[in-house]
Design a binder for this molecule. Structure first.
Ligand SMILES: NC(=O)c1ccc[n+]([C@@H]2O[C@H](COP(=O)([O-])OP(=O)(O)OC[C@H]3O[C@@H](n4cnc5c(N)ncnc54)[C@H](OP(=O)(O)O)[C@@H]3O)[C@@H](O)[C@H]2O)c1
Length: 334
């Protein structure tokens, strides 16, 4: 039986743990004291939306002690990016054992820096690259609304395939979360990073819903400007941007601005003034509107830093970084 650890019992952590545990994977869910207490009081992990599932807390091994994480297994970190360094250090204090050669870790946080954080704590050989676009949100009543099943990608940072990444891919697919083994995971990570800098930048600064974005040719141009700069940084690090179904960045890069304006324009949802009209919002815009801290440093700060190191000019990204930092609700506490 495949064994996996999940660190963080938030939106993604609960979604992964519940779907994996009910489909033949032995799951250890490492939570903070706060979320473990909440889950024990609720008695179950409850998912609804794209996945409808109620898993009694006993169906997963819920713990607050990293020493309970499985030997020889993969552990997927689902904390927020800013929580990752501390979570990684806490886990490392109790897992893996010195003679546990097969243990590995992955992070699904937005951005590129998460793999550096994990490599620093666990050593690069233990890090498997991960990317997810599973959509999930915690709700007031403790349930998790799952808005999308995926996709998710795992792959070796050095490229190629491996038994450990394949085992995780198989387990996630059995869990009903469409997942691929990516022979070039760095391309997937950076391509998603392009989408993040582009979409987070234009939607946070304008508060425009993603499904209306295509109505604004100027925003499509701004999005493409941010993507081009991010892709140039990726290229400088030897990474080729690809076209993945949910973020076909290479396809956008290969088109003219006029073609992209027309393409996004055709796909924009009609404006609907009714109060219940569906609006899809990027996670960073959702955080902004809810007054939560933004992942501005893991996305914009980090890509600008990486650009500086290799001498790639990124003036658009720098302006967006500064503007988003200025409106970050987490600014006063950083
Ligand atoms: N949600 C999505 O749809 C989605 C999609 C793609 C990527 N992502 C990325 O995935 C990451 C997680 O997102 P999320 O929405 O799942 O966040 P979330 O709901 O806030 O969950 C994060 C969880 O990590 C827990 N945590 C923090 N520090 C911990 C530690 N030291 N040990 C154990 N658990 C710890 C938190 O505990 P508490 O409960 O005590 O706060 C919380 O339960 C983000 O970086 C985001 O960029 C999210």
């Amino acid at each position: 039986m495949t064994r996996l650890g999940i660190v963080g019992a938030g939106s993604l952590g609960q979604t992964y743990a519940a779907t994996l545990a009910t489909t033949g994977t032995e799951v250890v869910l490492l939570a903070t004291e706060r979320s473990a207490a909440r889950l024990r009081a609720a008695g179950a992990i409850r998912l609804h939306g794209a996945v409808d599932l109620e898993v009694p807390v006993g169906g997963v091994h819920l713990t607050t002690d990293p020493r309970d994480l499985p030997r020889g297994a993969g552990v997927v970190f689902t904390t927020k990016g800013r929580e990752l360094p501390e979570a990684a250090r806490q886990v490392r204090a109790g897992w893996p054992a010195a003679d546990d050669r097969d243990a590995w870790v992955a992070g699904i946080q937005n951005g590129v820096v998460k793999d550096d954080v994990l490599a620093e704590v666990f050593g690069i050989d233990r890090v498997v690259g991960g990317v997810t676009i599973v959509g999930a949100q915690r709700e007031e009543d403790g349930r998790v609304a799952v808005t999308s099943r995926g996709a998710t990608y795992f792959g070796e940072l050095e490229g190629g395939t491996s038994a450990r990444a394949q085992a995780a891919v198989d387990a996630f697919n059995r869990a009903g979360l469409p997942t691929e083994l990516a022979p070039d995971i760095r391309s997937v990570i950076w391509s998603k990073m392009c989408n993040a800098t582009g979409f987070f930048g234009v939607t946070c600064l304008t508060r425009i819903a993603s499904n209306h974005f295509g109505h604004y040719p100027e925003l499509v141009n701004a999005y493409m400007g941010l993507i081009r700069e991010t892709a140039a940084v990726a290229n400088a690090y030897g990474v080729q941007i690809g076209a993945y179904p949910a973020f076909p960045i290479k396809t956008y890069l290969d088109r003219t601005d006029e073609e992209n304006i027309a393409w996004f324009g055709e796909r924009a949802a009609p404006f609907d003034p009714s109060p219940n009209a569906p609006l899809s919002r990027t996670s960073m815009l959702q955080d902004l509107l809810a007054g939560r801290p933004l992942e501005v440093d893991a996305i914009f700060g980090d890509v600008c830093e990486r650009a500086k190191r290799v001498g790639v000019p990124v003036p658009k990204l720098e302006i967006v970084r500064d503007l988003v930092r200025a409106i970050d609700p987490g600014r006063a506490t950083r």
